[in-house]
Design a protein around this ligand. Sequence first.
Ligand code: ARG
Length: 286
Amino acid sequence: MRGRIVRALARPLVMAAVGVAIPLLNAAPATADSVVVGGFPVDVSQSPWTVALASRDLFGGTRAGQFCGGVAVAPTAVLTAAHCLGRDVVGAPPTPDLKVITGRTDLLSDQGKEIAVRSVWVNPGYDSSTNGGDFAVLTLAEPLPSGAVVPMAGAGDPAYTPGTSATVYGWGDTDGNGAYAHSLRGARVHVLPDARCERAYPGGGDGTYAAETMLCAGETTGGRDACQGDSGGPLVAQGRLIGLVSWGNGCGRADSPGVYTRVSEVVRTLSRADGAKALRPGADAT
Ligand code: ARG
């Protein structure tokens, strides 16, 4: 498990270092991943809550330093994956040039706004060996443009029902071989029954699916999925946030759906934790 996450993030790092994407440790045959993501171009105005996490110091300026996705859930609060903020990824303490990019469809443009991160709260329950609890909250130094937030789906929300159509958004790899998008994309997938996710990831090398804290989504024939670089980004169904891109075996493989942090678990945890401060209306975000 740990290996997969490290691999995912090692690639953007290598890309930053040498200026070209070199698929490092991913020995998967190109054919298996060749139709990955199966996405379509999205203008950020269609999903204004989708943001990019970026650091030019760590990841280079070519794609504005983008290395993960995120999603705005309150004017000064962005959710992302805990594994995006590991010491191995952003350093400890996190790099001072960590930014959230909002309102920018194309990373090569200067559209939208780059906002500094005031504080980082990583779910203390995150377990990097199982990927359980893979979420974190970024508190922004200034509010996002108004309206650019998406509501989180709580437990029991019908948007979690298996078979529900959902869309995942991101600037990640579009072919499983390190072809990082510079323009935002979306891919339509379906929420899958927990039994299928458990069958796909029973434990061992490919990871273990845990229904309480994760959900999985994909297509029976594969071909549409999130991929490396999309982590932390949103999975939205019926206008509500149900998942954060977390992990998977390869990208877009028929028998290996994408696994997401279950947002109802985020809601439950934040309702008790200090990290929720920024989510409470009127709260001082420090
Ligand atoms: N861990 C990856 C990242 O850091 C996300 C992988 C998602 N994979 C998938 N097949 N859905 O960007």
